[in-house]
Ligand binder design. Structure first.
Ligand SMILES: NC(=O)c1ccc[n+]([C@@H]2O[C@H](COP(=O)([O-])OP(=O)(O)OC[C@H]3O[C@@H](n4cnc5c(N)ncnc54)[C@H](OP(=O)(O)O)[C@@H]3O)[C@@H](O)[C@H]2O)c1
Length: 327
């Protein structure tokens, strides 16, 4: 088996391609040939040792994959050789094969491509958790989504629109804004040139009910102040830095700041999370959710893909495709 590995946490540049013995196939497990692995911002944080969980080294990144089943243990009944499956592997996805418990994989609906299947989980489950378990959302609400052309933001746009929410998308490039508009946002704000607070208030007609924020940084305090009375601010991520949210603007007009930590919840609620995954996949199969077709990079170029993501060059999502023959 070939895999990308980091010997010590620190830099995405230190990812190296190594050959390892293929894992043994044990009872209840299947072997898959990996067709695509989703890239998440969290992968970069993990490799750099900046995530709240420090993985033991040597570390093999890559948490969500689509694969073709090549072998099944004798007690496996639900999956057969040749099936195309989605597998939440946790780690080790930047590889050309994996061994996974049969109970963890889901058959991939025909209308979902390898790339879409490998890149939806973290982004959509975060949004699903935020909107169904953390914030109180009703049809007709207006939501500002920050980083709306990135993975977590774009999934937030798609899911919110499917729930009947009116979405305003904020992003830095025309390509990212167009992507968010294509998922049903009714308006877009250019964060690099516009006054986001004033424009969001104007577009929401003074009734901005919700902010979904996977970005943080300096914009956060402005966006908190754009909220209408009783508005809710979902704190999701900090790609632009951990913001200081002024408590006086939380108190004023009874706003709420809602923490969203899908990762921690998922680890403590694995059965509920598995149900959520089936539910989200079901909505994708019915065409009610529309994960973006990702940009693809050869898997051996994982470091470059991670750097491009960190430098805001990616609109939507990235999938890594194994290219190890001859590398
Ligand atoms: N709370 C949770 O449970 C949870 C779960 C998953 C992920 N997350 C977090 O969510 C955040 C976003 O993840 P993602 O996968 O959506 O990342 P992503 O695909 O790279 O998107 C992030 C977006 O943030 C914007 N941005 C603004 N300033 C930036 C900066 N200095 N560096 C990089 N991007 C910047 C960029 O949009 P513009 O160029 O348009 O500004 C970019 O498209 C991460 O912090 C991740 O850890 C949280």
């Amino acid at each position: 088996m070939k895999t990308m590995l980091v010997e010590a946490l620190g830099s995405v540049e230190d990812l190296t391609l190594v050959e390892m013995e293929s894992p043994a196939l044990i009872d209840g497990h299947i072997r898959i040939e990996i067709l695509a692995c989703g890239l998440n911002y969290v992968d970069a944080l993990m490799i750099e040792g900046k995530y709240q969980i420090k993985p033991p080294v040597p570390y093999r990144p890559g948490s969500e994959v689509v694969g073709r089943v090549t072998e099944v243990a004798s007690d496996v009944t639900r999956v057969k050789v040749g099936d195309r499956v989605f597998a939440p592997v946790g780690n080790g996805g930047f590889s050309n094969e994996a061994v996974v418990a049969e109970s963890r994989v889901l058959a991939l609906p025909d209308n979902i491509t390898d790339g879409q299947g490998a890149t939806f989980m973290q982004s959509y489950l975060t949004a699903w958790f935020a909107f169904n378990y953390r914030a109180s959302i009703v049809e007709g609400d207006t939501m500002l989504v920050l980083g709306a052309g990135g993975g977590v933001g774009l999934a937030g746009v798609d899911l919110a629109v499917s729930m009947g929410v009116k979405v305003i998308a904020a992003a830095s490039t025309e390509e990212k804004r167009q992507l968010a508009l294509s998922r049903g946002a009714f308006a877009a704000i250019d964060v690099s040139t516009e006054d986001v607070k004033a424009r969001a208030r104007e577009l929401a007609d003074g009734r901005l009910d919700l902010v979904y924020d996977p970005v943080g940084g300096d914009l956060a305090a402005q966006c908190l102040r754009a909220l209408a009375p009783g508005g809710q601010y979902m704190v999701v991520g900090f790609v632009a830095g951990i913001p200081q949210l002024p408590a006086n603007h939380v108190l004023l007009t009874n706003r709420t700041v809602v923490g969203v930590d899908w990762g921690a919840w998922m680890l403590r609620n694995q059965a509920d999370n598995a149900k959520m995954l089936v539910e989200v996949m079901g909505e994708m199969a019915k065409g009610k959710l529309h994960p973006v077709e990702p940009v693809t990079y050869p898997m051996s170029q994982a470091a470059q893909a991670l750097k491009d993501m960190q430098n805001r060059k990616i609109a939507g999502k990235v999938a890594l495709v194994p290219d190890f023959d001859g590398v």
